[in-house]
Design a protein around this ligand. Sequence first.
Ligand code: SF4
Length: 59
Amino acid sequence: MARKKIKIDNTMCIGCGACVGTYPDDIQFNADGLAEPITGEGEEEAVEVCPVGAISVEE
Ligand code: SF4
């Protein structure tokens, strides 16, 4: 597990909640019901929980 800067593309997010449920300290829903990073950092494995590939990390 490694902490990285994470980005979430809200043009791709379908609001399934997988990332929010798995990483509630790092990712939350915004007012539109789409995921957003809380601090901008998260576990790099968060990329793997998204079914549409909306989460990416900056190396
Ligand atoms: S797992 Fe992906 S599609 Fe689901 S809420 Fe998170 S960013 Fe959106």
